[in-house]
Ligand binder design. Sequence first.
Ligand code: FNR
Length: 369
Amino acid sequence: DPKNDPITVDQVESIARQKLPSNVYNYYALMILPRILRDVSQVDTSVALFQRKFPIPVGIAPSAMQKLAGQDGEMGMAGAAAAMGLNFTLSSNSTTLLEDVASVRTRCEVRSVAPFWFQIYLTTDLEHRVPLIKRAEAAGYEALVLTVDTPVLGNRINERQTPLILPEGIRLENLEPDKIQGTRKPSPNRILMDARTPEQAKIALQEIGGKAHSASLTWESTIKFLRETTKMKIILKGILAPEDAQLAVEYGVDAIIVSNHGGRQLDSVPSTIQALPGVVEAVGGRIPVILDGGIRRGSDLFKALALGADFVLVGRPALWGLAFDGQKGVETVMNILERELTRTMALAGTSNLQEINSSLLRLSVDGRL
Ligand code: FNR
């Protein structure tokens, strides 16, 4: 009986549909309603962001410690972005020096590769991060992506159950290697690198959670500090509420990323595709709205663009690519997304991104359009 013993995802969905309140189910049931007999012989997936042209509206989200996924880590990830001319954000918690990652781009044959972006967390002592920000700027990063959904580390149940022990030789290359500057305290980086048992790794996680983030940041202090410290563009990552999107515009940031950190921070938050329409409305086209989280298929991209995202990032898919086959594996993933987006656009009757809008979407209400 498929009701008690489902053997396909479709069967699980139909059970879920009976269990869920209809307004919840309907949120998931976003459909593309294609238009026909529109010339889609030439599909153009390119997009401009900050006056830079990208072949697809998809970039690589910042994720920590990429050497864990494959030995060439950030170099493979950045190599794929450079080879394909894609947008790439380096996490400050990278296992490769930010300067080395930046050099991938300048060494690349493709002249038009846009500068990479650099993601940071701020610590309670804002000044503490000034050297890192200055290094990123000097290395040619175009934008500083401040992650704002991490005043404290999330309730990372998996990570607490199976704490991460860094393999020998892998370290957070950008952060203080040993001691916190000007003190005798070991840096979170040192504690993480030295952890060899699950117990030590657990303590390291607590240390990172407590010291590498700041719970005391405010709009006023943070944006002022960043503007005074750097000429890089400032992007806030981790906005879900329309009110915060509105504040971001008022405080003059250059773009925002609708993100729930891939579901790794607060639980019970909406999916980003649910949060997107409210944010897009609040922003009203004044700054670019970028989305990340759960994008796995061309049709996911299409829906995000149709609901008003200007650009989209992928996190785990790129990491899986890295694990699969290093730089080539990341290129494989990005090529799959490009092909699927092109095909989805053609099937939906759209030949460029400007033609993708919410008139091509429908919510399914009780199984009907
Ligand atoms: C992340 N993410 C993240 N974000 C950030 O601002 N700084 C970071 O260092 C990290 N590190 C990190 C590690 C890993 C292993 C994952 C999976 C994610 C969040 C990331 O930028 C992005 O928001 C999500 O990954 C997007 O969701 P998808 O595409 O992975 O579903």
